[in-house]
Design a protein. Structure first.
Length: 301
C-alpha cells in the first residue's frame, strides 16, 4: 500500500449543512456500558442541539422503568422534548420501525470492535442496524462515562455523489466537537489503476491517463471543499491506493482516529456481502474506532 498527500494541509470548509441530526435515537440496553452510552448521548445532544429518543426493546418492568428514569435524570437527559419509547419484538426490526415512524436522523448504539465469526455473519444488533437503517448510524466502540469527543476525524472522500453530504456532515461534527484534525481520504481502487496499466497502452500513455484521472478527482474534491469560514478547522486530504473500505479503515486505525465517517452503501447489504465484502464490510468486521455511516434521509434534506 502506498500513501501520498495530494494537496497541502490547509484551513478550509464547505457550505454548512443545517443541523444534519435534528433527531437522534439511542438504542438502550441495560448492559454494563449503558451509563457510558447515555453520557455520550448527553454530549451529542449538547454539541448538536438535537432532540433525543431513547428506545428500549423488551418487556417493561417497574424496576427497569425507574432505573432508566434515574439514569436519564442523572445525565440531564430527562428534558421535556426528549422521549423514551418502550417496545417489544425483534430488537432490530422494532428499532428500525420506530426510527422511521419518528423520522429519526441518526441512530446511536454501542458496538464491540470485533465480534466472533458467528455473530459477524448473522450480525449483532448494532451491525444489523447499520446494514438496514434508512438514516445515519453511529456505532460507539468505547463509550465513556466522561466522553472525550471526536478530536481526529477520518472521512471518506471518494468520487461518489454521496461524498459531498458526507464531508459536509463530518465538517459540521468537527465544528461542534472542536476537532483538531480532519483527514479526507481518497481511496484509489487498484482495479481501476490496473486498467490504466493495460499492456496495450504504452507506459507514457498509461501515465498520462493516470495523471488525468487523478487531476479530475482532485478537482471534484476541490469543488466540494469551497473555502469560506473555516472557524479554525484544519482539514487535510490524503490519497491512498488499495481496496476501498479496507485501506481507509487501516488508515483510521494507524492514525488512532476517534471517528471514521463513511458513505452509506448504495444498496441494502445482506449475508452475501459478508462473504464477498462490500467496501463498508471491511470496517464493520473490525471497527478501527467509532464509526459513523452517513445517509441523507428524505426528512433531513
Amino acid at each position: 500500500m502506498t500513501a501520498k498527500t495530494c494537496l497541502n494541509a490547509y484551513y478550509c470548509c464547505m457550505n454548512s449543512v443545517d443541523s444534519p441530526f435534528k433527531k437522534i435515537a439511542v438504542a438502550v440496553a441495560f448492559s454494563p456500558r449503558c451509563e457510558a452510552l447515555l453520557a455520550e448521548a448527553r454530549q451529542l445532544q449538547d454539541k448538536l442541539n438535537a432532540q433525543m429518543l431513547f428506545i428500549h426493546v423488551g418487556k417493561k418492568s417497574l424496576q427497569e422503568e425507574q432505573y432508566l428514569k434515574h439514569l436519564l435524570h442523572r445525565f440531564g437527559l430527562d428534558k421535556e422534548n426528549n422521549k423514551t419509547i418502550w417496545e417489544q419484538g425483534d430488537p432490530v426490526e422494532t428499532i428500525l420501525r420506530v426510527c422511521q415512524e419518528e423520522e429519526v436522523d441518526l441512530i446511536v448504539a454501542g458496538a464491540l470492535e470485533k465480534e466472533n465469526l458467528i455473530k459477524y455473519f448473522f450480525g449483532g444488533v448494532a451491525r444489523q442496524l447499520s446494514r438496514k437503517a434508512k438514516c445515519s448510524m453511529l456505532m460507539l466502540t468505547e463509550p465513556n462515562i466522561h466522553p472525550s469527543g471526536f478530536k481526529h476525524i477520518v472521512v471518506e472522500g471518494s468520487d461518489h455523489p454521496k461524498s459531498e453530504y458526507t464531508i459536509a456532515t463530518s465538517i459540521e461534527i468537527g465544528r461542534a466537537y472542536a476537532a483538531e484534525w480532519i483527514d479526507i481520504v481518497q481511496e484509489m481502487d487498484l482495479s481501476k489503476m490496473a486498467l490504466l496499466r493495460h499492456e496495450e497502452l504504452k507506459q507514457a500513455e498509461a501515465e498520462a491517463l493516470r495523471e488525468e484521472f487523478l487531476k479530475e478527482e482532485d478537482e471534484k474534491l476541490q469543488d466540494i471543499l469551497k473555502c469560506k469560514d473555516c472557524r479554525g478547522l484544519l482539514i487535510h486530504t490524503e490519497r491512498i491506493e488499495g481496496k476501498p473500505g479496507y485501506v481507509i479503515s487501516k488508515f483510521a486505525r494507524d492514525k488512532k482516529a476517534d471517528l471514521l465517517v463513511l458513505n452509506s452503501p448504495d444498496k441494502q447489504m445482506n449475508l452475501i456481502d459478508r462473504v464477498f465484502p462490500h467496501d463498508i464490510e471491511f470496517a464493520l468486521a473490525d471497527l478501527p474506532c467509532n464509526l459513523l455511516i452517513v445517509q441523507e434521509t428524505l426528512y433531513n434534506q
